[in-house]
Ligand binder design. Structure first.
Ligand code: GDD
Length: 319
């Protein structure tokens, strides 16, 4: 069996490749990368996975790749995934996320391929959620609050439409926040962890810059998340959509306090207005019942462990 991971050089993509190589030895893992992609996350996979150059915004490149490789399963993880970038460059987020996925779907159709496809949607799609609507089930109305969230709603709807129109075996996941080693430092936990380690190493003044600490997010360890992606696609129903989350939310302030508690130094916290967004989703806390009932998935790694591993990752990277 052959599995294609779009965006294999990225955070979740590289962890999914690790999971498949460790747990599914009979699978051939191939992945797409752009010519300018950094390879740090997959250096340890050299010789174990096949890397193929393909920008998903290029329809011809997608057609050529899919026709030549004919994968049995596709995990579509390549995306513009940072919410603030989508405010600065909305066209880029829309074209990469929506048109990129369209190119993959059309390439699968053109090659007459009967493969299973997972789409990495996001809890950001839910956007504004009222307190009485928590925890969030898949039936929650989508009220996106950022261009990124709109692009993910677009991907999600397209997945449903291609399933209904063509019977394509598409499974949609709505992943809530996920973090862990290799997380780029623009995202909140990794940003704070990196700043703390820089302070530990004497690389910056003992001050952590922060944005909105009142938001609340439901964090899953990335290693649990990619196992969820696999189970959703292997055992989930085509056409269905599944939340992937823990059911517990943490305020960003409590994440900061936890990380500071693990630090080897004293730090001061400084508000940075540049880190605030035009609108920010106040609280995301999901209900994972549907995925659990379909696949047995539940998170295994406690958030405290994830934060320790993230600090250790940055200690290794920066020292
Ligand atoms: N990045 C960042 N940096 N966020 C901060 C900071 C900071 O210094 N201070 C507070 N925050 C707050 C943000 O305002 C937001 O409310 C929360 O921390 C999480 O921010 P991010 O880590 O940037 O993630 P996100 O919630 O915007 O989006 C992530 O989760 C989605 C799923 O809900 C991304 O991984 C998306 O790709 C993913 O779909």
């Amino acid at each position: 069996m052959k599995v294609l991971i779009t965006g294999i050089t990225g955070f979740a993509g590289s962890h999914l490749a690790d999971y498949l190589l460790a747990e599914k030895p009979d699978i051939d893992v191939i992945g797409t990368m752009r010519w300018r992609s950094r390879l740090d996350n997959v250096e340890h996979l050299q010789g174990k996975v096949k890397l193929l150059e393909c920008d998903i915004r290029d329809a011809t490149a997608c057609n050529t790749l899919i026709a030549a490789e004919r994968p049995d399963m596709i995990f579509h993880l390549a995306a513009q995934s940072f919410v603030p970038t989508s405010w600065k460059a909305p066209h880029e987020s829309m074209s990469t996320n929506i048109l990129g996925q369209l190119n993959i779907f059309e390439a699968v159709r053109a090659a007459n391929l009967d493969c299973r496809i997972q789409i990495a949607g996001s809890s950001e799609e839910y956007g504004l959620v009222l307190p009485e609507e928590l925890p969030i089930t898949e039936n929650q109305p989508l009220r996106p609050l950022s261009p990124y969230a709109v692009s993910k709603v677009g991907q999600d709807s397209m997945g449903y439409q291609y399933f209904m129109s063509y019977g394509m075996k598409i499974v949609r996941t709505r992943g809530f926040n996920h973090t862990g080693p290799r997380r780029p430092s623009v995202f909140v936990c990794s940003d704070f962890a990196r700043q703390i380690v820089e302070i530990e190493l004497g690389l910056r003044e003992p001050r952590i810059c922060v944005g909105n600490l009142e938001a609340e997010r439901d964090f899953t360890d990335v290693r649990d998340m990619v196992r969820g992606y696999w189970l959703a696609l292997e055992k989930g129903e085509p056409g269905e959509v599944y939340n992937l989350c823990t059911g517990t939310s943490w305020s960003i302030r409590s994440v900061l306090d936890l990380l500071i508690g693990f630090a080897n130094v004293e730090v001061k916290v400084e508000n940075d207005p540049d880190r605030l967004r035009p609108s920010d989703v106040p609280r995301l806390e999901g209900d994972v019942t549907r995925l659990h009932q379909a696949t047995g998935w539940k998170p295994q790694i406690p958030f405290e462990q994830t934060m320790q591993d993230l600090l250790d990752y940055w200690r290794e990277q920066l020292s």
